[in-house]
Ligand binder design. Sequence first.
Ligand SMILES: Cc1ncc(COP(=O)(O)O)c(C=O)c1O
Length: 407
Amino acid sequence: MFDSLAIRRQFPILRQQIDGKPLIYLDSAATAQKPQPVLDRMQQFYQEENANVHRGMHVLAERATIAYESARETVKKFLNAPHTEEILFTKSCTEAINLVAKSWGKSNLHKGDRVVLSVLEHHSNIVPWLQLKDEIGIEIKWVGIDDHGQFRVDQFVDIMDNGGVCAVAVTAQSNVLGTSPPLKEIITKAHDHGAVVLVDAAQSVSHHLTDVQDLDCDFLAFSGHKLYGPTGIGVLYGKRNLLQSMPPFLGGGMMIQEVHQDRFTPADIPQKFEAGTPAIAEAVGLAGAIEWIGQFSWNDIEKHEQSLLTVARESLQSVTGLKILGPSSHVSGCISFTINGIHPHDLTEILGRQGICLRAGHHCTQPLHRRLGVIASTRLSVGIYNVKEEMTAVAIAVTEAAKKLSL
Ligand SMILES: Cc1ncc(COP(=O)(O)O)c(C=O)c1O
């Protein structure tokens, strides 16, 4: 049974009170809190298994290597990837996207080649491509959104049919509007035109099942910390033939077969892309988080989070001057809004003092905010541990804060 209060009790950080009131954490799109089993797993690693991986022959080196490589296996199963070596550990989703842009991009793209992005993208899936535009002269083609915040499939089709597109890099879920582009349709169309597709799953991965074989994407990136795991660990899934053909992204220890004074030969995947000491305890912690979330069904998680967003939406609508950005249905994970005449930073500062954690700003999506005609917004984002009472409490606090700020 899905018992949201029992789930919440597994998150020690949420037990605290701020000013005599329970902490209300609604910033999971920025980073999610960690359940006790994830904290325990990392502590156990440091207390019983810690050593560097793939290097030593001693008992701890063996334990650490087993823990690290079984974390890779756990991620492989989680994503339903066909092969374990298709899972690369990175520092973050951002680094995973940079790896694709800098390694695949630099070795496959030439001046004038087109890369398609959507206006929904996070800066992490924009800036690495803008860097390639500056460095090698690729052309970026933008897919817009309609007035309901949905990905413009018609524009995407036109761009693809016009030709010259080598890659499509698209979010699985907007971190502002909560909308999701139709990934399967996008990927099929891109493949029909010989383009590779990178999916930025940073937001979607904690709210929905992720199946790279079903999607047939070429690359998929996410961060552990938004999936109830630790910071400092990210994942890049890549199709084996692509990863094998790509040059290393970073150089250093453990990513080589041989080093001479004038040359080196890289190791096979995945080691080729994991230079230096990796984030070992963090990979183990991420596996702990994946195992922890695996005890729930995605259907239950989706139902629970949808009911939270419905209550939040209904409660917030009564706040004078409040406008919810994006559509009123088919959104997941978050709701962003503006209030006439009130700056989101002022609002979230007042709420923050009461222990209510919302995020204000452009949420690393300036092109999207420009398209929406606002500079900044306030975002409420939910996780598995939130409860309906928090949604109504937030709406009351927003109403009071807005009244105070408009005096
Ligand atoms: C859609 C999306 N992509 C990428 C990122 C970057 O994630 P990270 O900062 O963990 O690398 C974020 C972070 O908020 C995001 O929301």
